[in-house]
Design a protein around this ligand. Structure first.
Ligand SMILES: NC(=O)c1ccc[n+]([C@@H]2O[C@H](COP(=O)([O-])OP(=O)(O)OC[C@H]3O[C@@H](n4cnc5c(N)ncnc54)[C@H](OP(=O)(O)O)[C@@H]3O)[C@@H](O)[C@H]2O)c1
Length: 240
């Protein structure tokens, strides 16, 4: 069996109850992988499992809680993907940015992935760990100071871990704007209008779909010669 083959591979997706993590789960289940979803909302995880089928397992996990993360990696795993992010309160002018909200963003997007690597590495021999950063680090906009910092830090973390944890490969996918439930928190009723305005600006002529990002994760999981890399999947957003 080629290592690129996902059949029977054990894959943990932290944040896989929705959005791009869920789309990756769909893709991997179709290839015969043994997928485990982790997130905070049991309701969201149960709904995801219902859609994906009984082969998928799930557990309630707060990525910022070390006990939760340690419990998640009790058994060996082949690949780990982190898409978790608590977006509530992640955009604010710096003058009024509450410190607590800043720690929440950093806790889910930087320290959480660090905890995942810490405990996943103990049960992995080879395989890969993939984090999710984002366009905010590359196309700065007012109000995104903490998110941009988190995304940039995550990429530095991945490069370091690619060396420290080798032969486990560690990479990052950096999405542009993708139509997922996170936009319900970020934009509320203005979601469709904001996504349509961005679509009109992008060379790709549309915003991302969760499946676009899932395919990028899948490529990183399967390609044994990619480590310490950030893969941008953003429809040309960095160019405009
Ligand atoms: N969509 C975009 O336009 C976009 C652009 C750039 C970057 N990104 C990044 O892409 C990643 C995936 O986001 P998405 O768009 O797919 O949004 P999403 O559907 O909201 O997915 C995020 C997932 O993270 C989980 N989560 C949040 N806080 C958590 C915590 N403390 N512990 C464990 N899980 C937690 C959520 O589930 P629970 O609430 O149940 O925990 C949710 O299922 C995020 O890192 C986001 O920052 C997204």
């Amino acid at each position: 069996m080629a290592n690129n083959d996902m059949n029977d591979k054990r894959v943990v997706i932290v944040g896989g109850g929705s959005g791009m993590g869920f789309a990756l789960a769909e893709l991997l289940v179709a290839e015969g992988a043994r997928v485990h979803l982790a997130g905070r909302s049991e309701r969201k995880l149960a709904a995801a499992r219902q859609r994906l089928g009984a082969s998928v397992t799930a557990s309630r996990t707060d990525i910022a809680d070390e006990d939760d993360v340690q419990r998640l990696f009790a058994d060996p795993v082949d690949h780990v993907v982190v898409t978790a992010a608590d977006a509530n309160g992640s955009y604010s002018p710096i003058e009024s940015f509450p410190l607590k909200a800043a720690w929440t963003v950093l806790g889910t997007k930087v320290i959480g992935p660090w905890l995942v690597a810490k405990h996943a590495a103990a049960v992995m021999a080879t395989g890969s760990i993939t984090f999710t950063s984002g366009i905010a680090a590359y196309r700065p906009s007012p109000g995104s100071s903490v998110l941009a910092t988190a995304n940039g830090a995550l990429e530095a973390l991945a490069r370091t871990l690619a060396v420290e944890l080798a032969p486990i490969r560690v990479n990052v996918v950096s999405p542009g704007w993708v139509d997922t439930p996170i936009w319900d928190d970020l934009a509320g009723p203005a979601k469709n209008e904001r996504l349509a305005a961005m679509a009109a600006k992008l060379p790709a002529g549309r915003v991302g779909r969760p499946a676009d990002i899932a395919q990028a994760f899948r490529a990183l999981l399967g390609n044994e010669f990619i480590t310490g890399t950030t893969l941008h999947v953003e429809g040309g957003h960095r160019l405009v």
